[in-house]
Design a protein around this ligand. Structure first.
Ligand code: NIG
Ligand code: FE
Length: 444
């Protein structure tokens, strides 16, 4: 393989000629620290969340984009199966599973810089939303924008995601809030799958009440159930449904009505729960069999117990707390110690979390929420995969799974959260293809 050509943007998102690699056998060897995050085929809880499954001087044999063998270099190199494999000298000394970013609002239009400045001057996120800004500011932009522009911006964000080691992202609609704009966004997401990372689309219908339904949230829920939902499910434009259940957003009853209808039509469920207030969204999520409850900054002990006793994944989004300048992070320690399965995601969006940097999310998880580096890594990989129902395919480095992996310029995986605001990713591989290579690194 040659040194990758620069992408048009000059950011080194290259090696895309390597699509042919899928067919080949590849051997990554001499990896100083191969962090597998291997374990039983269930979400990681309690002590298991903190077991990184490190192989020192490790190797990975990849065939047809999947992990055919993984273990110490001395064993893998000598396997008959490894003969004839193309060796890929690893441009980093630590290899980890690709991040699974299980909560983003990927297609969101322009940044909300005026609101950012208003918040710096003292206005709160909820006050801005109540005055017709916030999500509705993005709604106006999304409705007006041509699909081609939105697709271009989202594709750029996905290349950035790959540069931060993300190999799978969940991506929500929710800024269209009418039928045409919601379908426009979900169609864009469908075309972006694999460009260059995996995209899992979610129909976030009840995100905010649009102006045409002002003061009539129940009628807006009726509209969502009657119009966009059936079209979206018939056209298979979403795998999940989501709703924003909070004061100043949707009530538990409105959320239940929408999610129950979505479930009936075959969508998996996830929920924005207890971001600012605790309305009972966690109990609702458990009742409806949702896969994930996300945010949880305002969660209380009774709901911590519900999450710990249920199959719900608690997806924590510390980037939104950081960007909003708040101090109340989700109680990760209490959740983990109670036995909950915790995942981490970016919540990439223009209002509360304009960053798709998973390394930074790990730093916040460690220093602000007291998760250990091993817990944060498992939460951002295997538990993120569980939160999307994809753990049989990705999220850890184990035999048979996709070769979704990341090489780091580091000698210990704990450097990843430690060097906050830095990006140690030197190479990202999805399904055996290199989808990102840092400029200074060279393909062998
Ligand atoms: O997860 N709070 C609801 N939704 C997003 C923010 C959306 C926005 O402000 O644009 C969140 O934080
Ligand atoms: Fe969100």
């Amino acid at each position: 393989m040659k040194t990758p050509a620069s992408s048009p943007a000059g950011q080194g998102f290259a090696c895309l000629e390597s699509r042919a690699e899928m067919k080949r056998k590849l051997l990554l060897r001499g990896i100083r620290q191969l962090v597998t995050v291997r374990g039983p085929a269930v979400p990681r809880r309690g002590r298991q969340l903190g077991e990184p499954g490190i192989i020192t001087d490790g190797a990975v044999l990849i065939e047809q984009g999947r992990i055919a063998q993984i273990g110490p270099s001395a064993r893998i190199e000598n396997l008959a199966e490894a003969r004839g494999a193309e060796e890929l000298a690893c441009p980093g000394q630590v290899v980890i599973p690709g991040f699974v970013d299980s909560h983003t609002h990927l297609v969101h239009g322009p940044p909300r810089l005026d609101e950012y400045e208003m918040r710096i001057r003292g206005a709160s996120y909820e006050e801005i939303a109540a005055a017709g800004g916030g999500i509705l500011t993005s709604m106006r932009a999304i409705r007006a924008a041509p699909a081609s522009r939105l697709r271009y911006q989202a594709a750029r964000a996905l290349r950035q995601a790959a540069s931060f080691g993300i190999t799978t992202v969940e991506a929500k609609s929710g800024y269209g809030l009418d039928e045409a704009a919601e379908l426009k966004v979900l169609r864009i997401l469908k075309t972006l799958h694999g460009e260059p990372v995996s995209v899992v689309p979610t129909f976030l219908g009840p995100h905010a009440v649009p102006p045409e339904f002002a003061g009539r949230p129940d009628e807006f829920i009726d509209f969502l159930i009657g119009r966009p939902l059936p079209r979206i499910t018939q056209r298979r434009l979403a795998r999940f449904a989501d709703a924003y259940c909070d004061r100043n957003a949707f009530t538990v009853d409105q959320t239940r009505r929408f999610l129950a209808a979505a479930k009936e039509r075959g969508l998996g469920l996830r929920l924005h729960a207890s971001q600012f207030s605790n309305l009972g969204a966690v109990a609702l999520a458990a009742e409806l069999g949702a896969l994930s409850v996300d945010h949880l900054e305002a969660i209380e002990q009774a709901d911590i117990d519900i999450v710990a006793r249920s199959s719900l994944i608690a997806t924590l989004l510390p980037g939104s707390v950081f960007h909003l300048g708040l101090s109340r992070y989700a109680p990760a320690r209490a959740l983990i110690d109670a036995g909950a399965a915790v995942a981490l995601a970016t919540d990439f969006n223009p209002g509360s979390s304009p960053s798709i940097s998973m390394p930074f999310v790990l730093s916040l998880a460690c220093t602000q929420m007291r998760m250990t580096p091993a817990e944060a890594l498992a939460a951002a990989t295997i538990n993120g995969a569980h939160a999307l129902g994809l753990a049989a395919e990705t999220g850890s480095l184990e035999h048979g799974k996709w070769a979704d992996l990341v090489a780091l310029e580091a000698s210990d995986y704990r450097e990843l959260p430690y060097y906050f605001g830095m990006n140690p990713v030197s190479m990202t591989m999805r399904r055996g293809e290199i989808v990102y290579m840092k400029e200074s690194s060279t393909c062998p």
